[in-house]
Ligand binder design. Sequence first.
Ligand SMILES: NC(=O)c1ccc[n+]([C@@H]2O[C@H](COP(=O)([O-])OP(=O)(O)OC[C@H]3O[C@@H](n4cnc5c(N)ncnc54)[C@H](O)[C@@H]3O)[C@@H](O)[C@H]2O)c1
Ligand SMILES: O=P(O)(O)OC[C@H](O)CO
Length: 475
Amino acid sequence: MDDDVFNSIVNLEDEFEDIGYIEGLEAGKIAGRIEGREMGCDNGLDIGRDLGFYHGWVQQWVRAAAAHPGLVSDRVLKKLTALQDAIDEVPMANGEGADFGDRLKAIQLKFKTASAMLGINAAAELPSSSLSGTTAARIVGANVAKLADFDDTVKIWVHEEIVDGRKLTDIINTEHENVKYLPGHKLPDNVVAVPDATDAVRGATHIIIVLPHQYIQQLLDSVHGSILPNASAMSLIKGIGISDQGMTTMTQLIHRTLAIPVSSLSGANIANEIAEEKYCETTIGCQDPDEAIVWRSLFNTPYFQVNCVADVIGVEFCGALKNVVAVGAGFIDGLGLGNNTKAAIIRIGFLEMRRLAMHIAGGGIQESTFMESCGLADVITTCYGGRNRRLAEEFVRTGKPMPQLELELLNGQKLQGYLTAGEVHSYIDSCGVTDHFPLFTNIYQICYESKPPHTIFAGLNVDFSRDTKTPSPSL
Ligand SMILES: NC(=O)c1ccc[n+]([C@@H]2O[C@H](COP(=O)([O-])OP(=O)(O)OC[C@H]3O[C@@H](n4cnc5c(N)ncnc54)[C@H](O)[C@@H]3O)[C@@H](O)[C@H]2O)c1
Ligand SMILES: O=P(O)(O)OC[C@H](O)CO
């Protein structure tokens, strides 16, 4: 009897373990089934909705083509049939060969090509007719006119203003010249200015966004309901955003609002020189190799040589942060110091750019991106020929605040450098790492805290040697 009691006590743990195992297994099966069903419903719903859209679209065109012979060419009909086949081949259940992601991607590409050939694939721009936006429209306009896969028309959104008593959109559409932001350079006839941003993006599969970064969120909010679900965007903006979540790049901001893939283009690209068709290079950061080819075909010309990399945010960090270095270079010119001093500021600025980008994005950025046109080359050109440099020089010479100089000297153009210096400072200050960015900190203090320009040299003897050895330098 005693024996039995002890036996059952000794075995109690094993018994509970067995019971626990069986109960846990049953509970796990039920929870797994519920979770799996929820996930399946969510994903299946998305896939079904997209497939339904493509199916309905292609059916309409196939029917219309059958009812109206000659409505579409044989080439287009072939593309529509290929799209229809790809949709029909999608299995209706999970299993081997289902690979829904790859299949949807292939369908999306076929849809883009077919809709482009049908003339409903406008490559739209949202440049607010700025200097670089108009320059980009010139290039893209000339390229789409030659590309079979794209509709001929490039819509360019113009933040409407009156120039010499006339609407800027009317001037652009009649004289084919942006007389305010890019005077002296004709635009191709297929570039059409529209005053309503939603008009520019409606029906567009490729959206190019170029405007001073301070206006971006307002613009995105106004267009986000009008974007095609299969559209993709390219940001040419050189700027960063600061939010509660820290530092945001423009592609992150655009993606968050529009929920479409976003790439970046940046390089040693002073817009007036490009408009004069002087040879230069640029860098496209695009994660999808197929999309990168499409974007390259929209921008590449013999005088504007595009190189593609996969590092989207590396490209844009370079473009944004070089503007702060340009302000420093302008201070050096304003102080009347020579080329050696400017070269020192460029070198240190370049290292601080790289250090900051790595600090924020770590292994998400490629070292090699800094050697592309968007990196080293853009720092050089901007520190010698850019507007940020020029106004920083005037700032030292005249003592006038940057916003006043911008109004007086830039005829409506907007500076990014001193704003970015403020944004960078608020970020590094909140992280407690200003000591590791003496040049950025000094430039900020000269711009915003009335420190004299010669204080730009304070504490610049920083050791950057560890930065090249670790992908994400610990500060
Ligand atoms: N200019 C260049 O050489 C160059 C080259 C490459 C990249 N970029 C980048 O391109 C972006 C645009 O710069 P930019 O030089 O072409 O612009 P810009 O300074 O030439 O033009 C200013 C633009 O802002 C618009 N604007 C004014 N108020 C507005 C408002 N409330 N809302 C919306 N838009 C408004 C104006 O219509 C005008 O089109 C920047 O991020 C810049 O760094 C410029
Ligand atoms: O004129 P900035 O200073 O805005 O610079 C223009 C371009 O960014 C240079 O690549």
